[in-house]
Design a protein. Structure first.
Lengths: 523, 169
């Protein structure tokens, strides 16, 4: 998406204010517990008073008041541990022999400001506080985990082993990018990113890039598949991006989803922005589909690529699913259809890519973006689209619709706002019914609200589903919008000819036509 | 079993406070808001921590509570020394450009946005959530998220000078 920089201003404005609450969290727990205690005391006092009244009324007896005292305890911080870093390995040394981990998995140990998170290919397990004592890793505080059900051979055993290994206070040594954990029966030699620790969460949050490699994992892949951590820290063969020819291509090493520098001049970043799994070749092993984003100067482009496991643990590029042209790619759903509750189903070997037409900095173009889910399948040599719209525009040879809008009638201003009504009429001049017709309206001149006369459970810009219009039929909808008086020009008229506002007529998820010029009358 | 309540707050309390600050633009109000939400969460902690993403749940509650607070508070007078939300008023005179050139002006503009629009920007650009997730949290359509964001950005785009934006990385 081309960006004029205002979003960077927004991000920076947020970041610059974070200091306001620095250190404020220290007193949070006691304050919250005091509030809880107060509420409980109040509740109990009321309950007790009612009980006393009841008892007195019946027995002329006495009641006691009971106040609960909440517990107070605070986790201990990590000391002398590599806070903020993650370490990874694919082997375990047992009795002097190096053994590979379960196929398709890896062991990851991450340290945060408080404790550690460990991963052995299935669930994540964590301890909320950890410290280094006499050279040993001592895990204290609460222990938890994500509780995934994983059926891959050896993975659950590996996870149980890692849990016991970490719980038994292994000797711990950190040397640069290497982490050595030595227990009674085994040793783990883990490696961090050789260049630098992974960008901190705040840095990533500031850019919004490479987000596929942090946060929530994609759905669990089948055994033997490429794990996210492996994929995000691999050398990938990236084909040239036809939408932006300055994007780096060829063999590119990624660290935590970021292409490793140096990058060509003007290239801001090449990142893994989306990731999913699909069994594209029907091997029973999931392949990876990934959205690779590229930023060159103020421009960006993305392409969805498919990858599979190659010989010797390598990752092979299968091919390009789709790339940005005059559209945007917002997200991808691998293995689409396996969990679908409706619509097209049974596409476990496919990938759904969400594309939008709203490319550019123009507000109307961005706002009125036509978003479509397009499904692609691997043919053995390339990808073909098997489901979803193939065009953002509806077929005018199949449908024959006209749309007209009456002048907008504005009521008298109340509290600085004017409420306007516009009746939109759609005629089906064709010989067949037109299904899934809808109106979509947006008026940017300080419009604050809008509804349509068709009951819909949401507010904001009118999005009016009109259903099927029979052949020769007519459908009318009255849109109501509220604009601020301050948004009108000197003569009290909004600038309706602005391309930033208008009404869209859609058929399904395709655009049929747009209206931009309106006249208005005022009470 | 997830972390104990105290441990969770010790670990993630500051993140919740920062998030609340972005929503309500006032440090003290942010603390009140977070304390109130956590106090409500405390008795139900076992159920909350059993969720896949307790922090995301609490942030969603923070937003709803914030919007509810606003409705409650907007109907009564607030005895504050400084305005809770910096009013965006036209600045006249020779200092106009300098006023807007300040990065803090962008924050003030953000503060002057309607709360729902600001919530969308916070979720989109501070939390980096996709529009679909924002729509779920706010209980609205994705298109509404887009339009709210577009409106908010249009206001900022019109008022933050181009020079200031170009100076950013």
């Amino acid at each position: 998406m081309i960006d004029d920089g205002v979003t960077a201003v927004v991000r920076e404005a947020f970041r610059r204010q974070e200091y306001q609450v620095d250190g404020a969290a220290h007193g949070l727990v006691p304050a919250v517990l005091a509030k809880v205690a107060t509420r409980r005391r109040t509740r109990h006092a009321v309950t007790a008073a009612l009980a006393v009244i009841a008892v007195l009324a019946v027995f002329t007896g006495v009641s006691a008041v009971w106040w609960e005292k909440p517990p107070l305890s605070v986790g201990k911080p990590v000391r002398n541990l590599p806070s903020g870093r993650s370490f990874f390995t694919t082997s375990i040394v047992k009795n002097g022999h190096t053994e590979p981990v379960a196929p398709g998995t890896g062991i990851e140990v991450s340290f945060d400001a408080q404790g550690i998170v460990a991963y052995a290919g299935c669930s994540r397990m964590w301890w909320t506080s950890a410290r280094l004592r006499d050279g040993r890793l001592v895990l204290t505080g609460a222990q938890g985990g994500t509780g995934m059900v994983c059926t891959a051979p050896g993975v659950l055993d590996q996870e149980s082993w890692l849990f016991r290994f970490l719980s038994n206070q292994p000797k711990t040594r950190v040397a640069g990018n290497e982490l050595f954990l030595t227990g009674s029966d085994a040793e783990l030699h883990l490696t961090a990113s050789p260049d630098s620790p992974p960008p901190s969460w705040s840095q990533r949050r500031a850019t919004g890039w490479g987000t596929a490699c942090v946060g929530e994992s994609p759905p669990e892949p089948s055994p033997g598949s490429i794990q996210r951590l492996q994929f995000c820290n691999s050398t990938l063969d990236i084909p040239a991006n036809p939408a932006l020819d300055q994007c780096p291509h060829g063999q590119i090493r990624f660290d935590y989803g970021y292409a490793r520098p140096p990058l060509p001049p003007n290239v801001v970043a090449l990142t893994v922005d989306g990731m999913g799994y699909a069994d594209l070749e029907h091997t029973g092993i999931n392949d990876v589909v990934a959205l690779i984003g590229c930023r060159v100067g103020q421009s960006d482009a993305g392409q969805v690529l498919a990858f599979k496991r190659g010989p010797g643990g390598t990752i092979q590029t299968m091919g390009r699913v789709v790339t940005t042209g005059l559209n945007t790619i917002t997200s991808i759903d691998g293995a689409w259809g396996t969990n679908a509750t409706g619509g097209y189903d049974g596409l476990a070997d496919s990938v759904r890519v969400w594309v939008g037409s709203g490319r550019g900095s123009d507000e109307w173009r961005q706002w009125a973006s036509v978003d479509q889910g397009r499904v692609y399948r691997w043919t053995g040599s390339g990808f073909v689209q098997v489901y979803g719209s193939t065009s953002f525009l509806a077929d005018h040879t199949t449908y024959n619709l006209t749309v007209t809008a009456a002048p907008i009638v504005f009521e008298k201003p109340v509290d600085g706002n004017r409420v306007g009504h516009v009746t939109v009429t759609v005629h089906n001049l064709g010989t067949q019914p037109v299904p899934q017709v809808s109106l979509f309206a947006h008026f940017p001149n300080h419009a604050v609200d809008g509804t349509c006369n068709i009951p819909i459970p949401r507010q904001g810009d009118p999005d009016c589903p009109m259903g099927t219009i029979a052949a020769g039929g007519t459908w009318q909808s009255t849109l109501t919008l509220t604009i601020r008086q301050s948004g009108l020009d000197r003569d009290g008229n909004p600038n309706w000819s602005s391309p930033d506002g208008g009404i869209q007529l859609k058929v399904g998820d395709q655009l049929y036509t747009e209206l931009h010029n309106f006249t208005a009358t005022y009470s | 079993m997830g972390p104990a309540f105290e441990e969770f707050v010790a670990a993630r309390g500051e993140a919740l406070l920062r998030f609340a600050l972005m929503l309500c633009a006032d440090g003290d109000l942010a603390q009140d808001l977070v304390q109130s939400v956590l106090a409500k969460a405390y008795p139900r902690w076992a159920r909350i921590v059993a969720m896949q993403r307790p922090e995301a749940y609490l942030k969603a509650v923070l937003i709803n509570e914030h919007l509810r607070w606003w409705r409650r508070r907007s109907s009564r007078e607030l005895p504050t020394a400084a305005p809770l939300v910096a009013e965006h008023s036209p600045v006249t005179g020779s200092d106009h450009a300098g006023y807007h050139a300040s990065r803090d002006a962008a924050w003030e503009l953000l503060c002057s946005l309607p709360r729902r629009q600001r919530a969308v920007l916070v979720l989109r650009y501070y939390e980096d959530l996709p529009d679909a997730e924002i729509a779920t949290i706010l209980g609205c359509a994705e298109s509404t998220v887009r339009s709210q964001a577009a409106r908010a950005l249009a206001v900022l785009r019109a008022l933050v000078p181009t020079m200031d934006r170009e100076a950013l990385p």
